[in-house]
Ligand binder design. Structure first.
Ligand SMILES: *Cc1c(COP(=O)(O)O)cnc(C)c1O
Length: 374
């Protein structure tokens, strides 16, 4: 059996929407499809404003500008995350302060945040790993008491919930990814979600290259001019047209991913009970979106061996993040808080399995057999 790690899913309506966008004659950003995607996200998340971007990386960069961090300011985040979480703030001259993760969800350990706060701390960036919510009540409470801004890196969190609230709708700001490796995708793509009123106007200006173009088209100002810093963060209408098809089928796509996730989870229950591995843990107050299925092996050597065995048999399993605090740029630009022992340990023992809509029926049983025999 050969199995790719990821296989992007198409709803079948993407091309029709792109064709319609061509007929509309608006191909640059902020046309009808961009607005429809924005409205869909605003209704689903319940946020004040959703602005499509060309990537989650871009949305995080917008959030970093909005948060007002500058040289020497500190931003608390996990080390166990994608580089963009940190890069967005390093580009503003800020220092990522890496805090360890929880052993159950592999999310930022909220009980370690307060000890990492200094007079320079400006923001906290929880990353919802595998689409499982961070402990947002505790994190928002810490932020309130220390006057910090919370930016959810919800790249993997589309259509997942924490205590009945959509991920991306809890922090002051949040970022989604629609990269082809995510649950809903447009090749490259993302969105900035603004939950706090005070950031709405400035977010639109930064999005539009630092101009008040949107206010001008709404008739709120009589000239369209350069009013703030900004950049080109908008995707083209062709990308938005593609994305709308995916958003409209988002629930069905997520349900099909959940079916595959549940099949893996059932298949590995016995091996977990026998102490051979550990399965993902989903807290009772979180509804996840089956973004990822991973296994934690007892040792790094066992993980590496299983990776090789699966890959040798055509099954593309992969490891995940190399902790940022230990990467060359992470050492140069960031600061670890504590020894990050759990980050180092867990990242070395984690293995991700193929998970996509249309995963063949016999894939889970085959993988289970290979894992059991390895
Ligand atoms: C995928 C991902 C990103 C980056 O998303 P892009 O859309 O590729 O820029 C950022 N953070 C996390 C946690 C991710 O998983």
């Amino acid at each position: 059996m050969t199995l790719r790690f990821n296989q992007p899913f198409l709803t079948g309506r993407e091309l029709g929407y792109i064709q319609d966008a061509l007929h509309n004659g608006v191909l640059a950003g902020d046309g009808p499809y961009t607005k429809r995607c924005g409205r869909w996200l605003e209704e689903y998340v319940g946020c004040r404003k959703a602005l499509l971007t060309h990537s989650c990386t871009a949305a995080l960069e917008m959030a970093a500008i909005l948060s007002g961090v500058g040289p020497g300011d500190e931003v608390i985040m996990p080390s166990y995350t994608f580089v963009s979480t940190a890069n967005a703030f390093v580009l503003r001259g800020a220092v990522p302060v890496f805090v360890d993760i929880r052993p159950d969800t592999l999310n930022l350990d909220e009980t370690l945040i307060e000890a990492a706060i200094t007079p320079r701390t400006k923001a906290i960036v929880p990353v919802h790993y595998a689409g499982v919510g961070c402990e947002m009540d505790a994190i928002m409470d810490i932020a309130r008491r220390h006057d910090l801004i919370v930016i959810e890196d919800a790249a993997q969190g589309v259509l997942a919930e924490y205590r009945g609230r959509p991920l991306g709708g809890i922090g002051h700001l949040a970022a989604f990814s629609f990269h082809e490796t995510k649950n809903l995708m447009s090749g490259e793509g993302g969105a900035l979600l603004v939950n706090d009123d005070r950031f709405v106007d400035r977010a639109e200006i930064i999005w539009e290259k630092g101009t008040n173009r949107r206010q001008f088209f709404r008739g709120q100002v009589d000239k369209y001019t350069w009013v703030d810093v900004g950049s080109s963060f908008l995707p083209s209408e062709l990308v938005a047209a593609f994305l709308l098809a995916q958003l409209e089928d988002g629930r069905a796509i997520t349900d099909r991913r959940l079916a595959a996730w549940n099949a893996y989870h059932a298949a590995f229950e016995g091996m977990e009970r026998a102490g051979d591995l550990r399965r993902p843990i989903i807290p009772g107050h979180c509804v996840h979106n089956a973004h990822m299925y991973y296994l934690l092996l007892p040792t790094m050597a066992r993980r590496d061996l299983l990776l090789k065995t699966l890959n040798d048999q055509g099954i593309k399993a992969v490891f995940h993040y190399v902790p940022l605090h230990d990467a060359p740029a992470g050492r140069r630009h960031g600061r670890p808080h504590g020894d990050l022992a759990r980050t180092v340990d867990l990242s070395g023992r984690l293995l991700r399995l193929p998970l996509w809509v249309g995963l063949p029926d016999d894939a889970v049983a085959t993988i289970r057999r290979i894992v059991a025999e390895a």
